[in-house]
Design a binder for this molecule. Structure first.
Ligand SMILES: Nc1ncnc2c1ncn2[C@@H]1O[C@H](COP(=O)(O)OP(=O)(O)OP(=O)(O)O)[C@@H](O)[C@H]1O
Length: 326
């Protein structure tokens, strides 16, 4: 549906987006996934025509339904990151306002609003002031306003940021329903569990897209092994067997081996989950030997228990980020 080609955007001396090239296919839920400051909002704003890129372009395919001028006939709905509705207007008044901006007639707005509010579960709250809605409901109202123009392409900027887990699930259920009805969706998110729900994902880091593919292919093409590692100290003592120089920070003693393992050759990164380490490595067996040797070198009398586990989207993203784009 759209092709983003070598797109770049600077804000003064800050480059928010470098040369980004992605294809968004009609019918997809396309995820733009990355941490704060990765450049997701900037890229989405350029796609929506709200800001002009400094380099590259966004090419639009033939209209995918609906009417309107933007993007070669593709009607767009945009839900910005920050709540941008009127808190002192009711749910219905906000929808009427947006409908009017799209030059829709009142009966049309009413009919569409009822349909979308039913879907989002907001129908009983039509007359409630937006300020008095919960965080999740506010996001649903913002979605309703973005949908009132029946867009063929819905662009959502971190729609579930800071929303409770139950509301996040409901929100995604609605996105799936819309997608089933034929709507193409581009959604940005910092959450890896949401990345799993997309048809295709572009991982963004520091203004660059570092990988684009389906979640399953991103994981199956992961070039490393993931080890779950437990280090069990054999002799008990007030601080175990870890020499003082390798003791960790606030969460000592559980993070104490991160520093011991992370600089070993073939180790991509080490992180701590509960009392186990997740160690991403080039070669599982070689890494296990290297970790054992490191413990021995440091005079740490401990058993090392490694299990190979499947990579998650988070592993894929962290490894790509660690491998480094500066
Ligand atoms: N209008 C602006 N003026 C100056 N710098 C900006 C502007 N908009 C974005 N930036 C900078 O560009 C970079 C990318 O920001 P952007 O908002 O696109 O990232 P993001 O991935 O959406 O993160 P976030 O969730 O924090 O918004 C950041 O360093 C940000 O400070």
């Amino acid at each position: 549906m759209i092709k983003v080609e070598k797109l770049g955007k600077d804000f003064g001396h800050i480059t928010a987006v470098y040369e980004v090239t992605i294809d968004v296919f009609a019918g997809n839920i396309f995820g733009l996934v990355g941490p704060d400051g990765a450049g997701k909002t900037t890229l989405l704003r350029v796609i929506c025509g709200l800001i002009v890129p400094d380099r590259g372009q966004v090419l639009w395919a033939q209209a995918a339904g609906g009417q309107g001028k933007r993007g070669n006939g593709v009607v767009l709905g945009y839900m910005p990151q920050r709540f941008s509705l009127y808190g002192d207007l009711t749910v219905m008044e906000n929808i009427n306002f947006f409908g009017a901006l799209y030059k829709l007639k009142r009966p049309v707005i009413r009919e569409r609003a009822d349909e979308i509010l039913e879907m989002t579960g907001l129908l009983p709250f039509k007359d409630r002031l937006a300020d008095n809605l919960s965080g999740g409901m506010k996001q649903k109202l913002a979605l309703t306003c973005a949908l009132v123009n029946r867009p063929a392409l819905l662009v959502l900027d971190e729609p579930t940021y800071g929303v409770d887990p139950q509301s996040r699930k409901e929100f995604w259920r609605i996105l799936y329903r819309l997608n089933k009805q034929g709507m193409t969706i581009i959604v940005s998110t910092p959450y890896m569990d949401e990345a799993e729900l997309c048809t295709r994902v572009a991982f963004m880091n520091k203004g660059r897209v570092v990988a684009v593919d389906s979640p399953s292919r991103l994981k199956s093409n992961f070039p490393y092994q993931v080890l779950e590692v437990r280090v069990e100290t054999r002799r008990a003592g007030p601080v175990g067997d870890v020499p003082p120089q390798s003791r960790g920070g606030d969460d000592f003693p559980y993070n104490r081996h991160i520093g011991l393992f992370s600089d070993l050759p073939g180790v991509v990164y080490v992180s701590l989950y509960g009392d186990k380490y997740r160690v991403v490595v080039e070669d599982g067996e070689a890494a296990r030997r290297a970790m054992e040797n490191r413990l021995a070198e440091k005079g740490i009398n401990a058993g090392l228990y490694c299990t190979e586990i499947n990579p998650t989207m988070e592993d894929v993203f962290i490894a790509l980020a660690e491998k480094g784009v500066e």
